[in-house]
Ligand binder design. Structure first.
Ligand code: NAG
Ligand code: NAG
Ligand code: NAG
Ligand code: NAG
Ligand code: CA
Length: 835
């Protein structure tokens, strides 16, 4: 990329920020934030001093105690005669550190200005305190600039005022805009819950699943549809050697929307003791016949981060009459049994046999199965749990746990409320619909979920549907295809970090990219729907958070601690590395600091670590986006017409249908404009129809139109064409303007030694990254040691005009007399006077 290109991009970014600020003149959105740049919380112990912030604020009891000590020290120094008039002011002023708006009050959000020593005070209040209690400031603050103004009230109070008048103390206490709904999830005018994201992993090829081992290590394992599983350490570094590589055995293709492939893995609940892992994938046997296979693998005895690839034992195989609807979920229940969620076998309208597979109890397709894989080293590979619902029905397969399902794509067990355990053990599934409705089901033993008699709440096969012995269970929720065309089931949030999300079932739609939530009303048993959108305004303006994601939501995940993630991609092809894993973040309230702390058990690593480098960016947004309104449908549709064509039948028919669908969609969603013309350039034999997958183009949700041009395909070329001399800044503070300097030379990233490291060299780096100014040339590994990398440059001497560090004088690539304790860094800035 040329230098002028970089500058232009920087200029655009600057413009975007100017627009953002212009559209929020009075910061109309409330933005609670603590001095540590994190959301406020409810203290875990009662506060004794700053009691007005005991329900919600930024102080734990320890800090409250320190403030009380400070208060008494101020009073000790203060003349006795002033105590009566001033002690309450001293307390109020000190306690603003505990306000949920502390970051605003202390002007801590803008890193280019120093954090204040005294909270921003409204002019009237400041005047009053100055007149009555002027000496207290000398005991509260050590800011000489402030104290020098002490004799001039106007200047003094001007110094203490905030640019944003709404936020000053004490006015902000009575500003209903700021206090209303404080501590609750921010919802926009249409009730859309505003959440934010953290990028956790990227560069993945259709990441279909992310699971943990439940062994205390807090590792996570991400599976790609091609048949690769990667091990990630809790600090998000990836291990170079795959956990599993069965790409040779897995049947899939690069065609967008191909549903075949490696679909899931799950760790045995006693994995820690037996080392067993189960996987679910597509295979081709002779004559192009296809099957799904459920296999067992055992952990390698030499490396706890890889499976023993020779240990595979096939537990179960099921013939797949068509290449779509392969199901693909494995879960272990609290009962220790393995639950398997299998699709109806494919094509449209479950056409096989007399009334389809899903209602045919002799078929395993279209079912939820439950088997016992414990103690299977001798004897049968699995056994039937004695209390399976159909063990006594000679005409039914004994593995069946529930039936009448179409293509359940992503199911989860509810962990239950963290305190009461209420809800524990419920199974939630998203069942992909035919051509009208997508549904969410709660799976119970022996129950019929209706397909193909019903789709959602409505009849699909009228004859079956009117049969009084159907006895089916309706979904807890269904949505029409106006809102999305392929549901991706999620999780009930039961994590620790975001108390407001507890009990919300969060799921999405693969086609429309919509994120959604259901919350149970425990009195009525009804499920209340809310859409989830990316936080607007300042909601996501916390360090390290982003507010946009790629549209094709493939799967959701929970980590070992119960925090929630999802995976999506801009290009839904099994060979396109455009997949990203996001962690969901609610900035309305966090758990009290320390509450969610855990110590992962150590992991012995035998392969190379690949450090995580986030690529996604926060995108300033100004215009709230409109979305179509939801209406829950309980009425049967006027007609049900299977529109799908058989698979492996590449005709323009389905493409036409598909394109129509895309065009229709592009009319509906302002936020998500698809590019139908590009779909004609791709070949496909698997028919996406209204099934789990399909689609085209790398749109992002939660992103402004203006930035739309940075689509997935462009990003792809960027990442695969890193130029020699490219630099990146690495730090653990989630900041983009500072960090350890890492440089890319001949295919590897490495560090730079700080010998002779100067502002001029730092200037070269900052300018390269689009910043106009350099604040600091940092030395001695201020931003941490890049220990996993090689030290590539030393004795770098620049004039400041070079395009990159390679053009400066240096000792030679890889030649140095340094250690990582000398890693160089920079602090850059867009403005001249930053500190
Ligand atoms: C996976 O295994 C195949 C051979 O079976 C090999 O060609 C490929 O390079 C492996 N991939 C990785 C990432 O190790
Ligand atoms: C039910 O499924 C079995 C196994 O696939 C098949 O042999 C049988 O013909 C089906 N029955 C009906 C009524 O379709
Ligand atoms: C209704 O379903 C039952 C059981 O599946 C079946 O035996 C019966 O023939 C069906 N009746 C009609 C009218 O299709
Ligand atoms: C490395 O060499 C440079 C001169 O090239 C010297 O200034 C510096 O002190 C040396 N550093 C160490 C750690 O030996
Ligand atoms: Ca159903």
């Amino acid at each position: 990329m040329s230098g002028s290109g970089v500058t232009r991009r920087a200029a655009e970014l600057g413009l975007a920020w100017a627009l953002l600020l212009a559209s929020y003149p009075g910061l109309t959105d409330s933005h609670p934030q603590c001095l540590d740049f994190k959301p406020p919380f409810r203290p875990s112990r009662e506060l004794a001093f700053c009691v007005q912030y005991r329900e919600f604020g930024c102080c734990e009891a320890a800090r409250d105690r320190e403030l009380m000590d400070r208060y008494y020290r101020v009073l000790e120094r203060l003349e006795q005669s002033l105590h009566a008039a001033c002690s309450a002011h001293v307390q109020d002023i000190l306690c603003q550190e505990c306000s949920p708006y502390a970051a605003h009050l202390f002007d801590a959000e803008d890193p280019s200005t120093p954090v204040r020593t005294v909270a921003g005070l409204c002019k009237e209040y400041c005047t009053e305190v100055w007149q009555k209690c002027r000496p207290i400031f000398g005991y509260i603050s050590d800011d000489q600039d402030l104290l020098n103004l002490e004799n001039n009230m106007a200047k003094f109070c001007h110094y203490l005022a905030l640019n944003d008048e709404d936020y000053c103390f004490p006015r902000l206490l009575t500003n209903t805009k700021l206090t209303k709904n404080l501590g609750l999830i921010t919802a926009d005018s249409e009730g859309c819950l505003q959440l934010c994201l953290v990028e956790v992993a990227n560069g993945l090829q259709n990441p279909v699943a992310m699971v943990h081992a439940n062994d205390g290590t807090h590792r996570f394992f991400i599976a790609e549809q091609v048949g690769l599983v990667w091990t990630y350490l809790p600090d998000r570094t990836r291990l170079e050697k795959p956990f599993l590589n069965i790409t040779e055995a897995v049947l899939t293709s690069p065609w967008e929307g191909d549903e075949r492939g490696f679909l899931c893995l799950v760790f045995h609940p006693k994995f820690k003791y037996n080392g067993k892992v189960y996987v679910y994938y597509s295979v081709e046997i002779e004559n192009f016949e296809e099957r799904i296979r459920i296999s067992e693998f055992t952990i390698s005895s030499r490396d706890m981060n890889t499976l023993d690839h020779s240990s595979e034992r096939i537990i179960l195989e099921v013939d797949e009459p068509a290449s779509n609807h392969n199901g693909g979920q494995l879960l272990f229940g609290d009962d220790g049994y393995l639950y398997i969620f299998i699709g109806d076998g494919g094509m449209a309208g479950d056409p096989f046999g007399t009334f389809g597979n899903a209602q045919n109890m002799s078929a395993l397709l279209g079912k939820v199965l439950r088997i016992n894989v414990d103690n299977n080293n001798q004897g049968p590979l699995y056994r039937i749990p004695l209390d399976n619902p159909f063990v006594n029905d000679a005409s039914a397969r004994p593995e069946i746990y529930a039936y009448g399902v179409r293509n359940m794509w992503r199911c989860s067990f509810d962990r239950g409320d963290p305190i009461t355990k209420e809800g524990k053990g419920r199974i939630f599934c998203g069942d992909v619909g035919q051509n009208k409705f997508e549904e969410i089901d709660v799976i119970e033993k022996g129950k019929n979920y209706g397909w193909r008699a019903k789709e959602g709440f409505s009849c699909y096969d009228k004859k079956l549907c009117s049969n009084s012995s159907l006895g089916d269970v309706l979904p807890i929720f269904a949505y029409p295809h106006k809102l999305g065309k392929s549901v991706t089931g999620g999780y009930i949030y039961r994590g620790c970090e975001f108390p407001n999300l507890n009990g919300l079932y969060i799921f999405g739609d693969f086609m429309s990219g919509r994120l959604m939530a259901l919350k149970e009303n425990r009195q009525t048993g009804e499920w209340q729907y809310n859409e989830i959108c990316m936080g607007s305004g300042q909601t996501c303006m916390f360090p390290g958070l982003i507010n946009n994601y790629y549209q094709y939501i493939i799967s959701f995940a929970e980590d070992e601690a119960g925090e929630l993630y999802f995976m999506s991609t801009g290009i839904p092809s099994a060979t396109s590395p455009a997949g990203v894993v996001y962690k969901m973040v609610d900035t309305s309230r966090r758990a009290p600091p320390g509450k969610c702390h855990y110590e992962p058990l150590p992991v012995r690593v035998k392969s190379k670590r690949i450090e995580f480098v986030p690529k996604e960016k926060f995108i300033p947004k100004t215009v709230p986006t409109k979305r179509p309104k939801i209406k829950t449908t309980t009425k049967p549709p006027t007609r049900s017409r299977p529109t799908a064509q058989p698979p492996k039948n590449t005709t323009p028919d389905w493409l036409d249908e598909f394109l129509k669908l895309l065009r229709k969609e592009s009319g509906v969603y302002e936020t998500s404009r698809l590019h139908p013309t590009s779909a004609t350039t791709k070949q496909s034999t698997a028919k996406p129809d209204k099934s789990r997958k399909g689609g085209k183009s790398g749109e992002r949700r939660g992103q402004k139109k203006k930035t739309k041009t940075t689509g997935a395909s462009k990003r792809r070329t960027e990442s695969s064409e890193i130029q020699n001399g490219a630099v990146r800044l690495v730090n653990n503070k989630g900041r983009t303007d500072r960090g350890r300097v890492e440089i890319y030379i001949n295919g590897e990233w490495g560090t730079v030694c700080d010998d002779l490291w100067s502002m001029k060299a730092a200037m070269v780096v900052c300018r390269q990254l689009g910043f106009s100014y350099v604040v600091k040339a940092s030395k001695h590994a201020e931003f941490g040691e890049g220990r996993t990398l090689n030290i590539l440059l030393d004795d770098v001497q620049c004039t400041g005009k070079e395009r990159n560090l390679l053009e400066c004088a240096h000792k030679g690539i890889g030649k140095h007399n340094c250690s990582h304790t000398e890693d160089a860094g920079v602090v850059c800035s867009q403005t001249e006077n930053a500190s």
